[in-house]
Design a protein around this ligand. Sequence first.
Ligand code: SAM
Length: 668
Amino acid sequence: MLDLAYARHRMVDNQLARRGIKDENVLNAMRDVPREEFVEPGFEEFAYEDGPLPIGEGQTISQPYIVALMIEAAGIKPGDKVLDVGTGSGYAAAVMARIAGRVHTIERHAALGETARRRFEKLGFDNIELRIGDGTRGWPEAAPFDAVIVAAGGPGPPQMLMDQLDIGGRLVIPVGPETHSQRLLKITRTSGTKFEEEDLGGVMFVPLIGEQGWGEQRPASDGNPGTGHSALRRSPALSLPAMIAAAAELLPEIDNPAFAASLDRFADRRVVLLGEASHGTSEFYRARAAITRRLIEKHGFTIVAVEADWPDASVVDRYVRHRATRTEGQLPFQRFPTWMWRNTDVAAFTDWMHEHNRDLPADRRAAFYGLDIYNMRESIAAVLKYLDEVDPQAAVIARERYGCLTPWQREPSTYGRAVLTSGYSKCEQAVIEQCRELLKKRLEYALKDGEAFLDAAQNARLITSAERYYRIMYYGGAESWNLRDTHMFETLEHLLEAHGPASKAVVWAHNSHIGDARHTEMGSIRDELNIGQLCRERFGAEAALIGLGTHTGTVAAAHDWDSDMQIMQVRPSHDESYERLCHDADRPRFLLDFRRDEALRFRLLEPRLERFIGVIYRPDTERMSHYAHASLPQQFDAYVWFDETSAVTPLGPEHVRPGVPETYPFGL
Ligand code: SAM
C-alpha cells in the first residue's frame, strides 16, 4: 500500500523546501492538501512525482514545485482575496484557499471546471468560488484582488487582470511568444497607474486561450504538454517502442554538424550536463565533444568541467589555454582508470580546444577543469608550490599542516581506517585551517595572478573535501558519495562565479552523476544525491540534464579495481530496461526530448531498469552489478541514443607526436 501522506511530506521536503521554497504558509498548505484527490482516477500513485500530470482535455495539473513557486511569489497571506485563472484540476486553488481568505477561480473547459467544483465540495472547501469562462477578462465584480495567479502561458500580461489588482497587489503569470516556453513574471501594482515587473525565470505552461491570450484557433503548439496528452488519448494502444520511434528525432553521424546542432535547443541554458552510460565508450566521448564544440563556438560557453581530478585536468587546461606548462610534478591521469581521460577521443577534443583558443584573447578562451576529488596528493603539491612562489612564509605553515596527511598520500583509502581503528589523529582541523587561511588572503593573492589563485584555492578546497571523503568512506554508505557530488557541484559553482555572471558551463560526467538522483534508486532508496539534482535545485530551468545510452557493442573497462583495462563485449540490454525499449524502436541514433512529447514522457515515467557501466564491467553478474531502477524522463530532460557503440582507444606510445612538448597532457 502506498503511503500517500508520507509521500506528500517527502514531496514538500525534497521538491519544495530543498529547492528554496521558504514561505511556511505555502509549505504547510501543501502538506495539507491531498494532491491525489486532484489527479485522474488511477493516477494517484504518481500524485507526488516531481512533474505535471495529465487531467483531461489536453490539460495538466502543474508540477508541485511550480504551484509553490507561484504562490510564494504572489506573497499570498491569510485574509487575502485571490483570483486563480486556469482552475484545471483545482489543486492550486485549493492550496491557495488553505492560506487566503477567499479564492475566485476561472476555468474555460466546462468539464474540468465541474470536476474541480465536485472536488472542492467533497473536501469541504467553502471559501472557493468557481466560474466557467474566459479568465483573461478577470472577475470584475469581485475585484480588486490582492493576488492574481495565471496557470497558463499568454503572449503578455492581460490588461484587464492588471486593472483588477489592488494597490500593492501581485500578478504572477507565464508570458512569452512561444506557446510552450515562457518567462514567469511577477507584476506588482505600486499605484493607480504604476506597475513593477520581476522576471522569475523560464517555465513551460499550456497556452492561455482567450480574449487577452492566444486566439481560439491557435494550435496547442508542437511541444506543449497538452498536445502530447491528447496524443496519448488518441492512441492508447501504441506500443512503447512505437511511441519512442515516433518521438525519436533521428540523428546523423556524430561528425555531421547537424548532430550537435540538434542540441541547440539547450544552448540558452547556464549549465548543460552531458552524461554517459559507461566510462569507456567512444561514441559518448565523441558526441559530447561535438556538442561541446558547438556550444563553445556558437553559444558562448567557456567552461568545460569534467568528472576528472582537478590537478590533472589543470595540466590539460594549461595546454588548451596556452598557459605556461608546468615543468614538475606527476604526469596527469596516471591513476587507474587511465583510459578514462587518456584516450584518443579526449586528446582530439583537447587538441581542438587548443586550436580554437589560439587566436582568442585570454578572457574568451574556453577552459578545461576537473570536478573530482581523488588526487589529493597532487593537490597538496600544487598548493605548496603555489605558496612557495607567492608567500614562502605561509608555505612553511602549510607544509606542516599537510604533513599530517603525508603517511596516507599514496593510499589515502587507508587513512579513514587508521583514524577510526588505530587512534591516529585526524587531519581535519589542519586542512580546514589551511584552506580558510588561503581564502582569507584571496584579495592579496588574486591580485598577483587570479588564475593561479583559483587553481590553488580549488586545490585547497579539494584537500578538505578529500580528507573528509577518505575518512567517511570507511563507513561506506551515502555520505561519502554525497560529499563527492556536493564537492563537484560546489566546484562548478566556484567556476561559474570566477568566470562572471554571464558564464556558461558544459559538464561531462557519468549518467549516475548527471541524471537527477531523486528519480533513481540511488536517491529514493539510498538517499544519495548527485550533481544533476543539485544543478536542478540551484539553476532550475537554466540547467539541462542530458543522458546518453546504448544497447550493445564494445566497451573499455576492467573486471576489478586497479586491474588491467580490457575491451569487452557489452551484453544486449535487459528485456525490462529502458535500453531495450529504445533498441526495439529500431533506429540507430536518435534524440528523445522528453519535453516535446508529454504522452511518451508519461508512459515512461514508471521506473524501469537502466544500465550503469562505470570503469568496472562484470558481464557475468550484469543484472546485479549494473542495473538499477530509475525514471528516465524525470532523470533527464533529453536522452541521446546509440544502438551500437564501440570502446575508446587508450593512448599508447604510437600516439606520441613529434614536436609536441614533453608536458603535452597525453602524448607522453
Ligand atoms: N493550476 C491548475 C492545477 O493545479 O491543476 C493547473 C492549470 S493548467 C496548467 C492550465 C489551465 O488553464 C487549463 O485547465 C486550461 O484549460 C486553463 N485555461 C487556459 N486558458 C484559460 C482562460 N483564458 N481562462 C480560464 N482558463 C484557461
